[in-house]
Design a protein around this ligand. Structure first.
Ligand code: THU
Length: 130
């Protein structure tokens, strides 16, 4: 596994704001140029407004002008490496994040391709690729 990315995801997890679920998640995203952007889950008393760690990492990167990505690493304190939710997979598909490293706090990891987790994601045919 990518140690640098894993350590960044673990550090981001420390910033999770999860007073309702107490389930802290961290994510770290590496651009094709090797830059790393992080995210943590941020919950809200209006539960549906909660924002996942993976999406926060992606939006953090895109907001900083980066849109080309290599790998996303996600970490949580789970028995098995944590799996991204469907909404996050759809956002990963938008930005063609092909490789996902699912991990847990014990350092166990599983590398998967987005195409394995979301083989038939939604696509709009009128996308302007520039
Ligand atoms: N969560 C994530 O951050 N990423 C996921 O892929 C799934 C779930 C968060 C949302 C919520 O704060 C907590 O985990 C429990 O669902």
């Amino acid at each position: 596994m990518d140690k640098e990315l894993y350590v960044a995801a673990l550090a981001a997890r420390e910033n999770a704001y999860a007073p309702y679920s107490n389930f802290k998640v961290g994510a770290a995203l590496k651009t094709t140029e090797g830059r790393i952007f992080c995210g943590a889950n941020i919950e809200n008393g209006s539960y549906g407004l909660t924002s996942c760690a993976e999406r926060n990492a992606i939006f953090n990167a895109v907001s900083s002008g980066c849109t080309k990505f290599a790998t996303l690493c996600v970490v949580a304190d789970t028995a098995q490496p944590v799996r991204p939710c469907g909404a996050c997979l759809q956002v990963m598909a938008e930005f063609k994040i092909q490789e996902i490293i699912m991990t847990n706090c014990q350092g166990e990891s599983k590398r998967v391709l987005l195409s394995e987790l979301l083989p038939y994601g939604f696509q709009l045919s009128n996308k302007n690729e520039e």
